[in-house]
Design a protein. Structure first.
Lengths: 243, 341
């Protein structure tokens, strides 16, 4: 049974149709990659799933419950979580409290000190413990990504959307963040990751969904996607040449 | 880096909370003692400091949750009128009315908050600003004049405490308001408010019911502003005028903005600093203007407006934020780039 089910979702912004009958289904424990050209509707898809916007039509179900019109905080309490393309930490809270606040208000309502305990463990887990009393404004991009991962976990997420977790990272930094992602997946977390770096997604994902013009263009194993004529023609062909 | 972590651990100590509370209590006690010994006029000025401290705290609580109220006088005046009407029309004991009246401010705050929580950014400011003429119109309307006395205003009876107790009483209320703000900031709810202030969308995504908390905060803010309004008429003016609604004279809505922003956003201690520094200046300018027979003008607003621009250019978190930053940078010797909280 799938954990997340997006079916026929359409979202318009004025004259622009960002999602046009989008379908996406993610199974429990899966690591699904979402790829597609700029403006394909990937980030809008995340926003609609998280409840930042409500879709104009279509249905979103999480763990068998219809969440199409559910406010964001209730989705979070059900176990849905995300990271941002451009990290969005709470800059007036210390690193530890950025994570702790998610534990306080996530799937469980926890008191401050207990939440801080969880936050400390998670910061250890993502190797950010030595920065726990700093403010996010002093963190590097790689540390901000790790902070967002820890925050997503702290809320007791069962499924996380990673919106371009590799953006702006190269070399060791990229490897480190990806190893954290891998570790989380091995721990049983369901992950949907939007990615522009094909090497990353083809190595990591068990299944890849290609999004184009607000619709699902293809859906399959990495090997199937890389040989799909439509995908190669419309997207991968160009991208492959760049890599 | 280890230095930073060390400072952070020290700042995180719950002890710092108590040290700050003691410091504020001592500051309020000193103001009370000096003004009382100095004479009756300084005592009166000190009472306005206490009133406007409570009032400024009500505004900064909203601002620290990402909501800029430009119509805070609505709640202030509601508190004044509720106090006056409870005492005059219903014969309530003023000592009870000063706490019961502001409940009306809290209710109004919840309603305004319920709507404001669905608005973003400056729309909250526009909405709250637009409410003040409505309050004024109600106060002067003929239907309500049996209670409000319309444009004439209400004279309230003398507050039933010996006049020497008025300043200590208002200082105690100011300290209570400080404690309320400090508890909010340091408890679980404070983390939610801080997250909402930083990034409302991200706050919702980690599970915070942003609309609920914004509504609650408006209710608390409405109570505090109304308490200030009740204190103002009970312990200072003995008279309630419709223009307390901040219309047509907007200054009633503007003072808490100036005091909070110049003193220090994000910290009740900074708001105290701003009120203590600026409120006596405002009073002095006003009495000087009336002594040279200039009426209608509000020179203090001009001066504070310029001062606000200068302070915010040099210190976005106000004078208190600047001081804290300076101390931290001296300690860490890294330029204090780690913020001020």
């Amino acid at each position: 049974m799938s954990l997340l089910d997006v079916s026929g979702v359409t979202k318009r912004f004025g004259g622009l149709t960002a999602l046009n009958g989008m379908d996406l289904s993610v199974g429990k424990g899966e690591l699904v990659g979402i790829i597609g050209p700029n403006g394909a509707g990937k980030t809008t898809l995340v926003n609609v799933v998280m409840g930042v916007y409500y879709p104009d039509s279509g249905r979103i179900a999480f763990d068998g419950h219809d969440i199409t019109k559910m406010p964001p905080h209730r989705r979070a309490k059900m176990g849905l979580s995300r990271t941002y393309q451009v990290p969005r930490p709470f800059n007036d809270l210390k690193v530890i409290d950025n994570v702790a606040v998610a534990a306080m208000y996530g799937s469980k309502d926890l008191p401050v000190e207990e939440a801080r305990g969880i936050a400390r463990d998670l910061l250890e887990h993502v190797r950010l413990a030595e920065r726990e009393y700093d403010y996010p404004t002093s963190l590097s991009v790689v540390d901000l990504r790790k902070l967002e991962l820890a925050r997503a976990l702290a809320q007791g997420a069962r499924m996380v959307f990673l919106d371009e977790v590799s953006a702006g990272l190269v070399g060791e930094d990229l490897k480190e963040v990806l190893s954290v992602v891998k570790k989380l997946h091995e721990g049983g977390l369901t992950i949907a990751m939007i990615e522009h770096v094909m090497k990353v997604i083809f190595n990591l994902a068990e299944r890849i969904v290609v999004v184009m013009n607000g619709q699902k263009l293809a859906d399959g194993k990495p090997s199937e996607i890389s040989s799909d004529a439509r995908v190669v023609e419309s997207y991968l062909g160009r991208r492959r040449a760049e890599i | 880096m280890s230095m930073n972590a060390d400072i952070g651990k020290r700042l995180k100590l719950p002890g710092s909370m108590y040290i700050k509370a003691v410091a504020v209590a001592v500051a309020l006690a000193i103001i009370t003692a000096i003004s009382t010994m100095w004479g009756s006029y300084p005592t009166l000025v000190a009472i306005t400091i206490m009133v406007f401290y409570v009032y400024s705290l009500s505004w900064s609580l909203l601002a620290d949750t990402g909501m800029v109220s430009l119509g805070q006088a609505l709640f202030f005046a509601l508190g004044s009128y509720a106090y006056g009407i409870f005492v005059i029309s219903y014969g309530m004991n003023p000592l009870v009315a000063i706490f019961a009246g502001p409940v009306l401010g809290a209710l109004a705050g919840l309603v305004v908050g319920f709507i404001s929580s669905r608005l973003r950014d400056w729309y909250v400011g526009i909405f709250t600003f637009a409410l003040t003429p409505a309050g004024y119109a109600l106060a002067v309307s003929s239907q309500l004049s049996p209670w409000t006395a319309g444009a004439v205003g209400l004279a309230v009876p003398r507050f039933p405490l010996p006049s020497t107790a008025w300043l200590p009483f208002s200082a105690a209320l100011a300290f209570a308001a400080y404690i309320v703000i400090m508890l909010i900031q340091n408890r679980r709810i404070g983390f939610a408010l801080s997250a909402i202030n930083d990034d409302e969308t991200a706050a919702g995504t980690v599970g915070i019911n942003t609309r609920f908390y914004k509504t609650i905060v408006f209710g608390i803010s409405g109570y505090l502003a109304a308490l200030a309004g009740a204190m103002f008429v009970a312990l200072y003016t003995s008279y309630i005028a419709p223009d307390y609604f901040g219309y047509p004279d907007i200054s009633y809505s503007v003072w808490p903005v100036f005091y909070s922003m110049i003193g220090g956003m994000g910290s009740p201690e900074g708001v105290l600093l701003g009120t203590v520094l600026l409120d006596p200046v405002e009073t002095a300018i006003r009495s000087w203007l009336s002594s040279i027979s200039v009426t209608g003008g509000n020179l203090a607003l001009v001066i504070f407006g310029l001062l606000l621009v200068i302070v915010l250019l040099k210190a976005p978190k106000g004078i208190y934020g600047y001081i804290v930053r300076y101390i931290e940078s001296r300690r860490t010797k890294n330029g204090g780039r780690n913020g001020t909280r």
